[in-house]
Design a protein around this ligand. Structure first.
Ligand code: ADP
Ligand code: MG
Length: 458
């Protein structure tokens, strides 16, 4: 593992990386940043959690001309949530220099507001293909000064049917540009995409398959009726700090989540029926530790990018092996051991065979001891999420919220967890045992000289 300092980057950039605790490069960074800095196109295969954002982010920021308020880089992501995460990560990496403006342009948000921001000029745009194609066709996003385009998670963008929008977007891009394409898998469609838009790319492959040393996989033979019981047994056996439970349908999601709640387990559910606002809240609450268990469908879970998820459960085995690989890739990140448990119904053994074939493994489904004792103790999350009805738009900073909670006679800073801001809303995680006190501090105190309404989101 090599340190970032061997790269020809300016000192402020290096210092900032250090302040983010980025000391050594991840595999993908080590292999892709040097060719990116040299200006080559790149075709990279790397799994989720491998540090792709910093890989291209450092490249984009290195060549950015800050004095020139024109869009110089465009990053395309498959989902709003991923666009949000990439934007946040790029902003962290961009902190080394003042005034770098990074805009997020995704669907589900008011178009006129985004176009207003675009008019006020920025350097980098991160967005989802649909919305980006739209602002391009309306002429409110102009790419005449574009230097680079990044296709992040290109395989997922194709899976989600964005090929037409991607083609359209490239029609607006200058021919002289750098194009970087990242994908977890190299299907024929991805290769075709690469051939159309990349110019003699450097190809980089890093750990194309999740190595089984890092992700421990178990398969359990269970009947449909026994799945909930089996799940409770596994949860009480492992008592994970964070577990993502995959179901194939929204209905299954709802059922599993309601059954877990009946057993006094705190859990959240995430599926396509939730409104954008609710989805965002669930993502925040799961990521800040206000629930240890999230039951989700594949599409809904796409937005989730939490480091070191301790365990994932395939409550329903997915239909495709690729989906299986995506799912289990959410655990065992950054060198930590992960646990992937899957239920195999009697008529699904063939799917396990497919998984074995594809991943070159020889797993067998084994019986689970259904007589095992279920002990749901110590599964209560340590945090709870509070929110106030003010956010970025009200110029509320995380420090303001922290300040309001830790005033004299308030709660201790160590009882405050993650603070997540949205435009008109701020979420703050606090330890459960001080939540009442924290609520009244937020409800009765003033922030930036103003009163806000507080809520407990539990
Ligand atoms: P990917 O896009 O490949 O899924 P991310 O770019 O989101 O991965 O990075 C995953 C996590 O690893 C993020 O939390 C990021 O801050 C962290 N990370 C990235 N590069 C490094 C590094 N060199 N050292 C330590 N942490 C890193
Ligand atoms: Mg990413």
């Amino acid at each position: 593992m090599k340190p970032f300092s061997i790269l020809p980057l300016n000192k402020d950039m290096l210092d900032n990386l250090k302040s983010l605790n980025y000391e050594t490069m991840t595999d993908i960074q080590e292999n892709s940043i040097p060719p990116i800095l040299k200006g080559f196109d790149l075709f990279a295969q790397a799994k989720t959690g491998s540090g792709k954002t910093a890989a291209f982010g450092i490249g984009l920021l290195h060549t950015l001309d800050v004095k020139k308020y024109r869009i110089q880089a465009l990053v395309l992501c498959p989902t709003r949530e991923l666009a949000e995460q990439v934007t946040a990560e790029l902003r962290r990496i961009a902190r080394f220099q003042h005034n770098i403006k990074i805009l997020k342009i995704t669907g589900g948000m008011p178009l006129n507001r985004q176009e207003h921001s675009l008019k006020h000029k920025a350097h980098i745009v991160v967005g989802t293909p649909g919305r980006i194609a739209k602002v391009l066709s309306r002429g409110t996003l102009v790419l005449s000064d574009l230097k680079s385009i990044v296709l992040d998670e290109a395989d997922r963008m194709l899976d989600m049917g964005f090929i037409d929008q991607i083609n359209e977007i490239f029609e607006y891009a200058p021919l002289k540009r750098q194009t970087l394409c990242f994908s977890a898998t190299f299907s024929n469609d991805i290769k075709k995409l690469g051939r159309s838009f990349l110019n003699h790319p450097v190809e980089v492959t890093v750990e194309s398959q999740h190595s089984s040393e890092i992700i421990i996989q178990h398969f359990y033979a269970v009947n449909a009726q026994m799945k909930i019981k089996a799940l409770l047994i596994l949860l009480s056996e492992h008592k994970p700090e964070s577990a993502l439970i995959f179901c194939n349908t929204k209905d299954a999601c709802r059922r599993v989540s309601s059954d877990l709640k009946k057993s006094e387990l705190h859990c959240l559910e995430l599926h396509g029926d939730l409104e954008q606002k609710e989805r965002a809240e669930v993502l925040v609450r799961f990521s800040n530790g206000s629930s240890k268990i999230l039951v989700a469908t594949d599409v809904a879970a796409r937005g989730l990018d939490i480091e070191s998820l301790e365990m994932i459960v395939n409550y329903d085995l997915p239909f495709e092996t690729e989906t299986y690989i995506h799912r289990i890739g959410r655990t065992g990140r950054a060198g930590k051991e992960g646990l992937a448990l899957s239920f195999v119904k009697p008529n699904e053994e063939f799917r396990l065979n497919e998984i074995n074939e594809f991943t070159n493994n020889s797993f067998h489904s084994k019986d689970i001891n259904l007589a095992a004792k279920i002990e749901i103790t110590n599964m209560e999350p340590s945090f709870i999420t509070l929110s106030i009805n003010g956010g970025r738009k009200n110029k509320i900073s995380p420090g303001d919220v922290l300040g309001a909670l830790t005033v004299k006679g308030g709660i201790s800073g160590k009882d405050v967890g993650r603070i997540d801001r949205q435009d008109n809303l701020t979420f703050v995680a606090v330890k459960r045992d001080v939540s009442e006190r924290a609520f009244s501090l937020l409800e009765n105190g003033k922030i930036k000289g103003r009163k806000f309404k507080a809520m407990i989101n539990d």
